[in-house]
Every structure is written in structure tokens, then in C-alpha cells.
Design a protein around this ligand. Structure first.
Ligand code: DGY
Length: 329
């Protein structure tokens, strides 16, 4: 059986596919495959190993309804029409857990970088502006004993909370639909309303999935309610914050700083005003970009494909309801 892989993934995953007797074809160009190209390739294969940046909408899924399984190389799946995949009887896999540490590290890094204006200072050295020692300039803020607010405390948020409490004795508050018992017991995390999260957080870090409910959630009205000394961190999805409103919030001093691993839109253009603000740190969506995380993502994605092609339930499935009722059309 044949698998199409829409981007080169670490060898671990390709080896697993090979050992399972599958023939894998990897998209060989150094550019994102277009949807028509992806459809054309997927039509000639039994399974697809795709990226979170590939649009798995109703059009794609209906064109490729023959696929026995799709295994996505990411934990987030806002690019997938899950209901349609389920309706068509296509099992769809993702790669949870294995990138939690890597992504929490990036959130922690951005928090620290924004708090000490680190990226901005680095750029000043490059442009020959080291400047003289001045006791009153280049001042950052310290994080010790501050409050970390987490919007969506799950696996990644828990790892960030552990780091912040361990390093800076930060108090943890969070806003979720459900209680995170582990975080409450281990870190004395406290569940609060969204309003309280905005009012009390010194650092507010976003870890929710992108959904109609969270899209554009961090807008002018929300930023206005945050502390003027606070730092906003987003390592989840760029579309959860409204970029023009974030720029205004920083310019007008509604918040103090920001750290972004995800932007709205992506990629961010070089002239973006956020890139020249002292207390802003931006990275190009590299949350999961460690050797360890990417190897594990490749392993999980391949494992999902192999299970699906053997007619077995996927170990990490985003539409497990598929196994309850056979809705294939
Ligand atoms: C994920 O896995 O969802 C990361 O954001 C990479 O896309």
C-alpha cells in the first residue's frame, strides 16, 4: 500500500512506514504543496501523511474520500473539517503530547525575551547601536513572584506552569471550561473567570485550540482589560489574537509586552511594526522544532498511518467517533 507524505519528515517516521511494508512518496519540492497538487497525489495513494498547514477541508476530503487514513504531523487540527472526515468514514490522526515540552520551552523563552527586551537589544547590536551605559534605559521587568495566567490549561500549559513556578515561584491562575485537577494539586493553580484572568495576570499565555469560539478572542476590548504591566504570550494559533488590536494595545500602553510564536497572518511580513517594538519577541512558529519533538511526531504520525492501513483504531485519533458508528458513504 502507498502513502503520500506532504513534506519531508524525520527519518524515524519514514523508516517505520518502510518497515511496515508501505511505499512512501515524499513531496520533494521546497515549497508548500498546493491543494490541487495534494489532491492529485493523494488520489494515487491509499493514505496521506499531511502537515497542519495543509487544508483538509470538505472539498479535499470529498475529492479524496478513498483515503483509508490521514495522519497529520501536528497536534493542532484547526485545518481539518473533522465532521466531514467522520461523515466520510476517514480516520484522522494527530500527534499529541510529544511536543508539549518543546512548545512550553518556547513560551517560557518568549516570556523571558519580552520581559528583558532581548530580541530588540540583539538587533541593536547588529545595527551598531550598543550605546553607552545608561542606568535608566533598556530596563526590563522581573518575573519573580508574579502571576502567570493560562488561557487553556492543558498539556502545554501545565509544562509552562511548572517552569514558571520552578524558576520564579509564579502563582498560577487559569481559565478553562473544566478544572485541571493535576495543575491544582501539583501547582496550586486556581481556576478563575476570563475577566479575572485578564485583570490578575502579569503574564498571560494562550494555549487553547483555534475554534469559532477562540478565533479573534484577544481583541482591543480584551487587551484593554489586562494590566498595563502585563505580557501577552501566544504559542497556540495566531488567529486567536487580532494583530491590529495587539499593535494598538502595545502602542497605547494597555499592555507592556508580547511574545509570539504564532502570528496573524503567517508568515509575518518583515516590515511588521511588532518586529521593531522593544518589549516584543517574535518567532516563526517553531514551538515543536526540536530534534526530540519532531522525531516523536514523525513516529506518532507513521504509527497512525500503519494502524489505519491495517484497519485498526488509530492510537491518536481526532475523530474516534468513527469507530462507534460506521458512517462511511
Ligand atoms: C502543532 O503541532 O499544532 C504545532 O503548532 C505545529 O504546527
Amino acid at each position: 500500500m502507498k502513502v503520500f507524505v506532504s513534506r519531508l519528515i524525520p527519518e524515524t517516521g519514514l523508516q517505520l512506514l518502510k518497515q511496515a511494508g508501505l511505499q512512501a512518496t515524499v513531496w520533494s519540492e521546497d515549497r508548500k504543496i498546493t491543494q490541487p497538487e495534494l489532491i492529485a497525489h493523494a488520489k494515487k495513494h491509499d493514505a496521506l501523511l499531511c502537515m497542519g498547514s495543509d487544508k483538509m477541508d470538505a472539498h479535499f476530503l470529498n475529492e479524496c474520500r478513498h483515503l483509508k487514513v490521514v495522519g497529520q504531523f501536528s497536534v493542532g487540527y484547526d485545518n481539518v473539517d473533522v465532521a466531514e472526515a467522520t461523515r466520510l468514514g476517514i480516520p484522522f490522526g494527530n500527534t499529541p503530547d510529544v511536543l508539549s515540552d518543546a512548545t512550553a520551552d518556547v513560551a517560557f523563552l518568549l516570556m523571558l525575551a519580552a520581559s528583558r527586551k532581548a530580541f530588540y537589544m540583539h538587533k541593536r547590536i547588529i545595527s551598531g547601536e550598543w550605546g553607552p551605559y545608561r542606568p535608566t534605559t533598556n530596563l526590563g521587568v522581573e518575573l519573580k513572584n508574579k502571576t502567570l495566567g493560562i488561557f487553556g490549561l492543558g498539556r502545554i500549559g501545565l509544562e509552562l506552569a511548572r517552569r514558571c513556578q520552578g524558576a520564579y515561584n509564579m502563582k498560577i491562575i487559569y481559565h478553562n471550561r473544566r478544572h485541571n485537577v493535576q495543575a491544582e494539586q501539583e501547582l496550586q493553580a486556581r481556576k478563575v473567570s476570563f475577566e479575572e484572568l485578564l485583570q490578575q495576570s502579569d503574564v498571560l499565555s494562550v494555549h487553547v485550540a483555534l475554534s469559532p469560539e477562540t478565533e479573534g478572542k484577544f481583541n482591543a476590548e480584551v487587551f484593554r482589560k489586562m494590566k498595563p504591566s502585563s505580557i501577552f504570550i501566544n504559542t497556540a494559533r495566531g488567529r486567536i489574537h487580532q494583530e491590529q488590536d495587539l499593535i494598538q494595545a502595545l502602542n497605547e500602553g494597555w499592555i507592556w509586552g508580547a511574545g509570539l510564536d504564532v502570528t496573524n497572518p503567517e508568515p509575518m511580513q518583515p516590515g511588521n511594526p511588532l518586529l521593531s517594538m522593544p518589549s516584543v519577541a517574535v518567532l516563526p512558529h517553531i514551538g515543536s522544532a526540536t530534534v526530540q519533538a519532531r522525531n516523536e511526531m514523525a513516529r506518532l504520525a507513521a504509527t497512525n498511518i500503519i494502524a489505519g492501513l491495517h484497519g485498526k483504531p488509530l492510537p491518536h485519533c481526532i475523530n474516534p467517533e468513527i469507530y462507534q458508528n460506521d458512517t462511511s458513504t
